[in-house]
Each structure stands twice: as structure tokens, then as C-alpha cells.
Design a binder for this molecule. Structure first.
Ligand code: COA
Length: 148
């Protein structure tokens, strides 16, 4: 397995591949249709793609006024712990700064220590908790925010 990947802005042509990644990573995955939120007005995403254009990692965000909400972040299980999500998220945060957003927020399962470490490393802090936010399995969410 080689380590080639390129970070690109998410386009409609990537959405089927992102939906496959979602199905691998989440109990309630976004479908390709639902993911169109990220390529239309008010949405944005960045992806790491391999040499064949397959998405191996991505992060999406919806923008309302001057804040961004991260919708999902995922890396293919075969490519984890290589800094790929960090690269994708840094690109998303660079975009958020360029657009003049004042903050970016996300929800994460309280047990998801790997993702929490990723977000803390990027400057996000835990701002609150949403009780029983998730299903399958039921769990609280931390709300994490990064001021830009
Ligand atoms: C969480 C997830 C997106 C991380 O993707 P990744 O590409 O492996 O992350 P990176 O390699 O960029 O990690 C960057 C840093 O985050 C932290 N981190 C990431 N995964 C970690 C783990 N499993 N355990 C501990 N720390 C972790 C580390 O600090 C890591 O730096 P290091 O490897 O130099 O120690 C990936 O594990 C995943 O897709 N999980 C399933 C879906 C998910 O839970 N998404 C988040 C929903 S909120």
C-alpha cells in the first residue's frame, strides 16, 4: 500500500466514494444524495484522494452566517494514524478563515477519544455536552468549538 494522496475540494464526482467511506465508518452513514449538502450553497468539504481519485479521508462543513458546523470526519480504516485527517481538517480550517468565519463547531461521541485527540490537536476545546445525542449505540456528545 503506498502513501500517495492529494487534498482536493469536494465535488459531486467524489460523493459516491465518500458515501462508501461513510458506510464503512458510521452506523448511520450519509448517502451520496445527502452529501450533496457539502457541494451546494452553504456547504463545503475537503477530501484526501488516492491516485485513482478514490476518497480515503474527508471532512465536511455547513456554514450558517459566520460559523461553521463540521458534519462528519472520517478516514478509511487502512489509512488511519498517518496524519491524513489532520491534513484534511487543516484545509477545511484554512478555508473557514479565508471566508471570515469566527468559529467552527462539531459534535463527537464522548467515548471517541481518538477523534477528540485529533480535534484538540487542531485547537478545538470542549464547550459542552449534549445528553443522548447519538443512537446506535446511545451516547452523549461533546460539543467542541474552535475560535478562528
Ligand atoms: C477519528 C479519525 C477521523 C482520525 O483519522 P486519522 O486520519 O487516523 O487521524 P490522523 O492520523 O490525522 O491523526 C492526527 C492525530 O489525532 C490523534 N488521533 C487520531 N486517531 C487517534 C486514535 N485512534 N487514538 C488516539 N489518538 C488519535 C493523534 O493525536 C494523531 O496524531 P499522531 O498520530 O501523531 O499521534 C478516524 O479514526 C476515523 O475515521 N474514525 C471513524 C470515524 C470517526 O469516529 N470520525 C469522527 C466522528 S466525530
Amino acid at each position: 500500500m503506498n502513501d500517495f494522496f492529494e487534498i482536493v475540494r469536494l465535488e459531486d464526482k467524489h460523493l459516491a466514494s465518500v458515501a462508501e467511506l461513510e458506510a464503512l465508518c458510521f452506523a448511520h452513514p450519509w448517502t451520496a444524495e445527502g452529501l450533496k449538502t457539502l457541494t451546494g450553497e452553504g456547504g463545503v468539504g475537503f477530501a484526501a484522494v488516492d491516485e485513482r481519485g478514490k476518497v480515503i479521508s474527508y471532512a465536511g462543513m455547513v456554514i450558517a452566517a459566520d460559523t461553521g458546523d463540521i458534519t462528519d470526519v472520517a478516514t478509511h480504516p487502512d489509512f488511519r494514524r498517518r496524519g491524513i485527517s489532520r491534513c484534511v481538517m487543516e484545509e477545511l480550517l484554512r478555508y473557514a478563515r479565508e471566508k471570515g468565519l469566527i468559529s467552527v463547531a462539531l459534535d463527537v461521541r464522548v467515548s471517541n477519544s481518538g477523534a477528540i485527540a485529533l480535534y484538540e490537536g487542531l485547537g478545538f476545546s470542549i464547550a459542552g455536552k449534549r445528553p443522548r445525542f447519538y443512537r446506535t449505540p446511545p451516547e452523549d456528545a461533546y460539543v467542541m468549538i474552535k475560535q478562528l
